[in-house]
Design a protein. Structure first.
Length: 420
């Protein structure tokens, strides 16, 4: 038997506390207080325990120690363990049942009986986990203990202003021609976003609030089946993921101008149909990107000033549009040409460049007679063609004609290749 005697005084002393015990049990087991000096299993301050089955662990008599006595028991096995107050046959009152992976801090509150009164605090329950349902915000859904991305679908059938709660939602338009107004970008803040799709039967116009813009424009239109993602930058809106309809490929830009030079952004220039309005206080120049594009441009401005469309390339051809006119323009990346026009004084040209042509295929011809017109026979000559036959030409020296002709009223003569 172990004794606890001071070698200098011969007096009995309390033993040092047993701090840690790794314990594996195969049957119901009773612990002993180390102070008793027994050879049994000590009730250490900290016990890691493994049981081969659902067994019990009985604490030592509470009457042998003071209140406040503590034991930390951690179940590191796979089977649950029941901790009981003292009895001689392991039938004492249950103090706590410790599940696998759980640690319990046990302390004595009353030692008036051998079984005692014990209190417990759970210190660990394996891996902790957050409440996913509590954490789920916009665009997130709790499934079990995990957060999962979700697109909540909201359908609109009439004009409406989107509330801030549409954040991360999928907004689907199902009406005819209509409008969706965005919330204030400054109110919802940077990073607020939603997806929009036109699943209706008419064009959908997306309009920002107040002075906000969408990609620098006053609005954004979605043709049938088109969709996009729209994101707040804190002061306005930007878009990405624009899905353009193959059936309705044309979009409209409405822009108010007052004169000076307006350089279109790539987003603005992507609109094939462009309508300009406003009162001009100076000549207006519209600069389109140096890319190949077809435009339908309407000049609805007022004021006694010109309206010119050009690229930024120096020396490139330009087109001047008259007021109240619509012109189809072609840009080849350098020059802007008028393909057709309508309206009073629809358009004017600074230059037109034609191919050389030939007598059989004149460069300039007519819808009523494709075999007559003008071509370039050689350098510095302008040839005239009738019925695919060259009948004369101009050069720096004057006019040269072939065959006979009538010159003035009642004057006829044979020139026979002569010149005049």
């Amino acid at each position: 038997m172990t004794t606890y005697t001071n070698p200098f005084t011969g007096q009995t002393i309390n033993p040092s506390s047993v701090s840690y015990e790794s314990l594996s049990i195969t049957t119901n087991t009773t612990l002993d207080w180390p102070i008793n000096g027994t050879t049994g299993i000590p009730a250490s301050n900290i016990i890691d325990i493994t049981a081969t089955a659902g067994l019990s662990l009985t604490l030592p008599p509470a009457s042998q120690v003071s209140t406040g006595q503590t034991i930390l028991i951690r179940n590191i096995g796979s089977n649950s363990i029941t901790v009981k107050g003292y009895s001689t046959d392991n039938t004492g009152p249950t103090v706590v049942a410790i599940s696998s992976g759980v640690a319990n801090y046990i302390y004595l509150t009353s030692n008036s009986t051998d079984a005692g009164t014990w209190a417990t605090v759970v210190l660990g329950a394996g891996t902790s986990s957050a409440n996913a349902a509590t954490l789920a915000g916009y665009g997130l859904q709790a499934i079990g203990t995990t957060l999962n991305q979700i697109y909540s679908v909201d359908n609109y059938y009439s004009n409406a202003t989107l509330p801030a709660t549409e954040q991360a939602h999928f907004v689907v338009w199902g009406g005819g021609a209509g409008a969706i107004t965005m919330p204030s970008a400054g109110t919802v803040g940077e990073g607020w976003f939603c997806q929009l799709r036109n699943n209706g039967t008419g064009i959908l116009t997306i309009t920002p609030a107040g002075t906000d813009t969408i990609d620098g424009n006053a609005n954004q239109q979605l043709q049938l089946t088109e969709s996009l993602v729209i994101v707040s930058n804190g002061t306005g809106w930007n878009t990405f993921g624009y899905g353009r309809s193959n059936s309705f490929a044309y979009t409209l830009l409405s822009l108010s101008v007052t004169g000076g030079t307006t350089t279109l952004s790539a987003t603005q220039a992507a609109n094939t149909i462009q309508i300009y309005a406003g009162t001009l206080t100076s000549n207006q120049i519209i600069v389109v990107p140096s890319t190949v594009q077809l435009y339908s441009i309407t000049n609805n401005t007022t004021g006694a000033f010109t309206f010119t469309v050009k690229t930024s390339v120096v020396g490139g051809a330009t087109v001047v549009l008259g007021q109240s006119s619509t012109v189809i323009l072609i840009c080849d990346g350098t020059n802007v040409y008028a393909a057709s026009g309508s309206g009073g004084g629809a358009s004017s040209f600074t230059s037109i460049t034609l191919g050389n042509g030939s007598a059989s295929v004149p460069s300039l011809k007519f819808t009523g007679d494709l075999n007559s017109g003008i071509f370039l026979p050689s350098t510095s000559q302008v040839g005239m063609v009738a019925a695919n036959t060259q009948v004369g030409y101009w050069n720096a020296s004057g006019l040269t004609m072939a065959g006979t002709g009538t010159f003035g009223t009642g004057v006829t003569g044979g020139i026979a290749g002569g010149t005049f």
